[in-house]
Design a protein around this ligand. Structure first.
Ligand code: PHE
Length: 460
């Protein structure tokens, strides 16, 4: 029995197109900007190990579940959840999972866009040779000048949101599917170039040790939650992005294969970014726990000291912008697909509406780095005592909303959908891999997420 539904939004041209789009969604600021700085803040090796374990035992099974649900429903996550809950004769309340995902998408994109704006700004700063020969201090002050100017951040944020909405308005196959095809490989190559530079920085070993030698005494319960949250964030899981992309996946494609391929590529990019950054951090006596500015304060030092650094630097930030761009469109696609399905809007109108809402939310992040830099709304709690509005938004979405969404997706796929539906959709035979997947989503994944949650609030 094949899925009877068809998506009104179109379909990827092939399995490869889906892999590229899903990789485009997964690979983004999470890998290159966020992974290094949270690994740095949480002590390195042990954090990285937990993150890798989470990718393997939680991330991959949930990605398969999300793609499967999406392809079976063939609609926006909200309507897909409604249709599949009906099909499974279970509560209509599952539709709320779709709504929570839409909200998470708005919130994440609101800050994602501001950070992508920094990357845009750095295209010009590196390209003009501004960093040539600068010391770590000089590089740092350029970063501080940028983020302390709300007008500039707002301008870049506005440009990035506009770029995102233009692509989203053009639909599933327009433009980006083609662009991602050569941009992703280019990003890979450039990361290798940077790792090569780091290799010669004099502190390569120290960087590698920091990243890969686990020291569990440096890892807190909160750090474990952050590592798990990041596994969701980096794979774009728990909010419907991968689900909506799955709804455009042609029927024959193997869900297990595409999910594993995407996860491996995503992980490689993050590890390469870490290997490029930490040696430079140590070689220049910088602080690994510098926070969200980490890559903007380290990579320009590398570019400032390598031959043709202005060129490579510019290329790097261009590719980073593209990586962010292909992730941003997936963050907003669930909302846009719903507006088209339920509000009778065309894609252009839907994109404008969704883009405007996100842009407004983005102001919170813009101000977090300047006008509101001293606003610490949750300073009464020890873990949040230094957290700005931006930090809290990031924490709420990546460490709470996405894992909670993923938990519910696993429960729905493992316990609510009929075995027949998932056997049919996953088509991996009945011998070993299907039972393994089912065991993971039914037991291991939900229990792991719950334990990490309880552990973080001090109960377990
Ligand atoms: N995975 C993206 C990144 O690592 C971010 C993202 C999260 C995209 C959730 C879509 C959904 O940059």
């Amino acid at each position: 029995m094949d899925s009877p539904r068809k998506s009104i939004h179109g379909q990827w041209s092939s399995r490869l197109a889906f892999i590229l789009a899903a990789t485009g969604s997964a690979v983004g600021l999470g890998n290159i900007w966020k992974f290094p700085y949270i690994a740095g803040e949480n002590g390195g090796g042990a954090f990285v190990l937990i993150y890798l374990v989470c990718i393997a035992v939680i991330g991959i099974p949930i990605m398969m579940a999300e793609v499967m649900i999406g392809r079976r429903g063939r609609q926006s996550p909200i309507n897909t959840m409604r249709a599949l809950a009906t099909e499974a004769k279970t509560s209509r309340a599952w539709v709320l999972l779709g709504w929570a995902g839409v909200l998470a998408g708005f919130l994440i994109l609101s800050y994602y866009s501001v950070i992508a704006g920094w990357a845009l700004a750095y295209v010009f700063r590196t390209g003009s040779g501004l960093f040539t020969g600068l010391t770590a201090d000089g590089v740092q002050s350029i970063f501080t000048t940028l983020v302390s100017d709300p007008e500039r951040l707002l301008a870049w944020h506005t440009i990035f949101i506009t770029m995102t909405m233009v692509v989203v308005a053009r639909g599933v196959r327009g433009g980006l599917e083609k662009a991602v095809k050569f941009l992703m490989p280019a990003l890979f190559v450039l990361l290798f170039v940077l790792v090569g530079f780091a290799w010669n920085s004099g502190s390569f070993e120290q960087g590698i040790e920091f990243l890969f030698q686990p020291d569990f005494s440096k890892l807190s319960a909160n750090g474990i939650l952050i590592a798990m949250g990041h596994a969701f964030f980096t794979l774009s899981l728990g909010m419907g992005a991968i689900m909506v992309y799955g709804s455009y996946l042609p029927s024959g494609a193997s869900i297990a294969k595409v999910s594993i391929a995407v996860s491996i590529m995503d992980t490689l990019v993050a590890l390469l970014a870490g290997m490029a950054i930490f040696p430079v951090v140590f070689a220049n006596g910088l602080e690994p726990g510098a926070g969200p500015g980490l890559i903007f304060q380290t990579l320009p030092i590398a570019f400032g000291h390598m031959e043709y650094g202005a060129f490579f630097g510019m290329l790097f930030f261009v590719l980073l912008v593209f990586a962010a761009w292909s992730s941003a469109i997936s963050l907003i696609e669930p909302a846009v697909a719903w507006l088209v399905e339920n509000r009778g809007m065309n894609r252009v109108m839907a994109s404008v509406v969704a883009g405007f809402v996100t842009w407004l939310f983005g102001l919170m992040t813009v101000f977090s780095f300047n006008l509101w830099s001293e606003v610490k709304p949750m300073s009464g709690f020890e873990v949040f005592k230094d957290s700005t509005v931006f930090d809290l938004l990031d924490y709420l979405t990546a460490n709470i909303m996405l894992p909670a969404g993923g938990l519910l997706i696993a429960i729905f796929a493992g316990w609510k959908m009929s075995r027949a539906s998932s056997v049919d959709e996953l088509a991996m035979g009945d011998r070993f891999f299907y039972p393994l997947w089912r065991f993971l989503v039914r037991y291991i994944t939900p229990v792991a997420v719950i334990i990490v949650f309880l552990n973080a609030i001090g109960i377990f």
